[in-house]
Write a protein that binds this ligand. Structure first.
Ligand code: DX5
Ligand code: ZN
Length: 220
């Protein structure tokens, strides 16, 4: 099976978001990745509900929302109502993890849990049976355009091993510094959903760059 590619809207030209969305659609990209930051959980503020709502009106693409916010539970229903198809929140946030997973599922949305680079893989193990996806951050969350942290691939490997052991088919998403080279390390370790911002948006040929990411297969 091919990898899925989720394009990070953080790298898009916000003034021309509609044409950016068309470009992503025409490049055969699978999902739009929405990085929502509250300036407290991470040292940056991005965008939120109105932008998601506007994009949802303009496209049928899967909307993959990554909440980097302190209290995700409080906002689940609104992100679901505004068009989220997948909601990822952080195990390091202040919300109760199981309650938040249940709130996401009650809205008919796919539930995903993320860990930052310094959080051990074990932090997600007990939640795996309830999750559609795990997001292993491959940079410190907060900004696009950072370099991939190679040590994070060991956590991808451990989580994939655990998923297999439990007989689940949970997706593993990686996010941060993904390009043709780092995608190979992530896929070798067991990732199958690749978030990419600067690499895709800076590519001369976005479709070619995205197809390249989709076609990466484990080389070890
Ligand atoms: C970082 C975000 C990422 C980021 C990825 O906090 O979660 O989604 O936009 O961008 P690149 O691919 O440029 O590292
Ligand atoms: Zn993200």
């Amino acid at each position: 099976m091919k990898n899925l590619v989720s394009a990070s809207v953080l790298s898009a030209d916000m003034l021309n978001l509609e044409s950016e969305v068309r470009k992503l659609e025409n490049s055969g990209i699978d999902m739009l990745h929405f990085d929502v930051m509250d300036g407290v959980f991470v040292n940056n503020i991005s965008y939120g509900l109105p932008v998601l709502e506007a994009v949802n009106r303009a496209t049928d693409m899967t909307l993959d929302v990554h909440l980097m916010i302190t209290d995700p539970l409080k906002y689940i229903k609104r992100f679901a109502d505004f068009g989220a198809d997948i909601i990822t929140f952080h195990v390091e946030s202040e919300s109760d993890v199981m309650e938040t997973i249940n709130a996401i599922k009650e809205c008919g949305v796919k539930a995903s849990l993320s860990i930052k680079p310094n959080t051990p893989a074990e932090a997600v193990y007990e939640y795996l049976p309830y999750l559609d996806m795990v997001l292993v951050m491959t940079v410190e969350p907060g900004f696009g355009g950072q370099s991939f942290i190679p040590e994070t691939t060991e956590k991808v490997r451990l989580i994939r091993e655990k998923i297999n052991e439990l007989g689940l088919d949970t997706d593993i998403q990686v996010d941060g510094g993904i390009n043709a080279e780092t995608a190979q390390y992530a896929v070798n370790s067991g990732a199958n959903v690749l978030v990419s911002g600067s690499y895709l948006f800076k590519a001369e040929d976005m479709k070619k760059a995205s197809d390249g990411l989709k076609e990466v297969t484990p080389s070890v």
